[in-house]
Design a binder for this molecule. Structure first.
Ligand SMILES: Nc1ncnc2c1ncn2[C@@H]1O[C@H](COP(=O)(O)OP(=O)(O)OP(=O)(O)O)[C@@H](O)[C@H]1O
Ligand SMILES: [Mg+2]
Length: 480
């Protein structure tokens, strides 16, 4: 049987029930102590009454022996009767306090004393055994007094012990409460605060770009924290797939923008192939064999060029899940620029690429990076309708690689700079731009643990900088 429930709610209920039981026990113990003290004090009063009655009896007994007055013996007997009455009235209390055998013995003492005094009264002191009975009475009276005195002393000691116990009790209560409080704080820390801190830590790590991050589940399956982690993970995988869909739809849109350029890129080699084949048919007879082979080769080269373009385009537009692999930045940039070859030509844009340092190959999602570059290139082409320059500069700073994409286009007005990475922010006409290009690019770069910055001067041009961290990658500069 499980005592500790698996849900936090159940555990909190158990913890508070334990606290409640502990407090109830303390209160009950305090109540018992007070109750005991009150009964002891009541009994102490009874003992004192017994004691003083016996003292009075003895006082009249002594007087009688000194002055032989009948009044004294009457008084003595009246006090003895009062003692008997007291003993009878408080029988239960006395038995409870001193035990049955002691009580019986006490009664025996009183009875012996009474009968001695009764005898004395009857003989009125004229008896020959006067001296003998005087000694017996004194002894019996003394026994009674010692007994009653012991009773008083005993009760005083019990009260004293109880008071001592009661003064140290609050201290013990305090220690108990501190231990209980520490237990509750430890419980809350262990079961609630620590798991929440872990979730926060891991979510922050994911937000900082740990690719495909998930919070590692822990704890009992029925536990609320476990269910919370499962819900966050579900939400993240849902966001992930939405993000992938968005990236994919952006790719399709970019392909749409590139259509005219790509069509040219495919059309050109096909035209060349047609021309080559025409001249082969027309001049077949007059051609020398090596000239024919040259033309066949030319046709083959052109076919390969067209096929390369189609392959490159397909590779870019295919829906591929983000996959980390070692990638050479030069290669990705060249491949992307090749898609734009004709676009650049049509718009009279001069493309160039340079790098200041030897660069390591990075571990990143190739398709994602290509997508970012395509979005930046499309924006630059759109910003330079009259032509211009598009420059790529690669640099390595300590722990990161910087890719600058600079155009000499219209630039971005200062008041727009803070909003261009927002989803759906666009200055383009309806149908021309959705305003998602930069926001998708930013999220792809962020997933790699990187960041993007922009500098722009209206009328002069714009530079987008992509920063990618170099982490866990062998420095393949030169070697890769
Ligand atoms: N190189 C650039 N030169 C000038 N303005 C730019 C440049 N890049 C982006 N912008 C500005 O930033 C805005 C947002 O760009 P973003 O790529 O996010 O969306 P878009 O190009 O308008 O639409 P989409 O890319 O979805 O087709 C653009 O509308 C444009 O005003
Ligand atoms: Mg755009």
């Amino acid at each position: 049987m499980r005592i500790v429930p698996s849900t936090i709610r159940g555990q909190v209920v158990v913890a508070f029930s334990v606290c409640f039981v502990f407090m109830a026990l303390l209160i009950a113990m305090n109540y018992r102590n007070f109750h005991n003290l009150i009964s002891s004090m009541q009994f102490f009063e009874i003992s004192e009454e017994l004691n003083s009655t016996i003292l009075e009896m003895r006082r009249y007994e002594k007087n009688f022996f000194l002055f032989h007055s009948d009044h004294d013996i009457e008084e003595n007997i009246s006090y003895t009767n009062r003692l008997n009455l007291l003993l009878y009235r408080e029988r239960n209390n006395l038995i409870h306090a001193i035990g049955k055998s002691n009580y019986d013995q006490f009664i025996e003492y009183v009875r012996a004393y009474s009968s001695l005094m009764e005898d004395l009264r009857k003989s009125s002191g004229k008896n020959m055994e006067w001296l003998e009975s005087q000694r017996s009475i004194r002894k019996s009276g003394q026994d009674l007094l010692v007994f009653a005195d012991q009773l008083v002393r005993n009760e005083r000691r019990v009260i004293h012990q109880l008071l001592q116990k009661m003064t140290s009790f609050p201290m013990l209560n305090l220690v108990g409460l501190v231990i209980l409080l520490a237990f509750v704080i430890f419980f809350i820390g262990e079961k609630i605060v620590r798991p929440l801190a872990r979730i926060t830590r891991e979510s922050e790590a994911i937000a900082q770009g740990v690719f495909h991050g998930m919070i590692s589940p822990f704890g009992n399956v029925k536990n609320e924290i476990f269910r919370l982690i499962a819900a966050i993970n579900r939400m993240m995988s849902e966001l992930e797939s939405r993000q992938e869909q968005l990236v994919q739809s952006r790719k399709i849109a970019a392909v749409g923008t590139l259509t005219s350029g790509i069509a040219h890129e495919i059309n050109n080699p096909i035209n060349n192939i047609s021309l080559t084949l025409e001249s082969l048919i027309e001049d077949h007879e007059s051609m020398k064999p090596y000239e024919r082979i040259e033309l066949y080769q030319e046709a083959l080269d052109q076919a390969e060029r067209a096929s390369d373009t189609v392959k490159n385009l397909l590779e870019f537009s295919r829906a591929n899940h983000p996959r980390l692999e070692e990638v050479s930045l030069d290669e990705v940039i060249d491949k992307t620029a090749r898609l734009f070859n004709n676009e650049f030509k049509i718009h009279k844009i001069q493309f160039s690429k340079s790098s200041q340092d030897a660069l390591p190959s990075l571990r990143l999602d190739k398709g994602g990076l290509q997508q970012v570059l395509v979005n930046l290139f499309v924006n630059s082409v759109q910003a330079m309708p009259e032509g211009g320059e598009l420059k790529i500069l690669l640099e390595r700073n300590r722990n990161e690689v910087k890719i600058d994409v600079t155009d000499t286009g219209e630039g971005i007005p200062h008041e727009h700079l803070g909003r261009i990475f927002d989803p759906f922010f666009t200055t383009k006409k309806e149908g021309e731009g959705t305003g998602l290009g930069l926001s998708v690019s930013y999220s792809i770069v962020k997933k790699h643990g990187g960041r993007m910055e922009v500098r722009s001067a209206e009328g002069a041009g714009t530079t987008f900088s992509i920063f990618l961290p170099i982490k866990g990658v062998s420095d393949g500069s030169g070697a890769s």
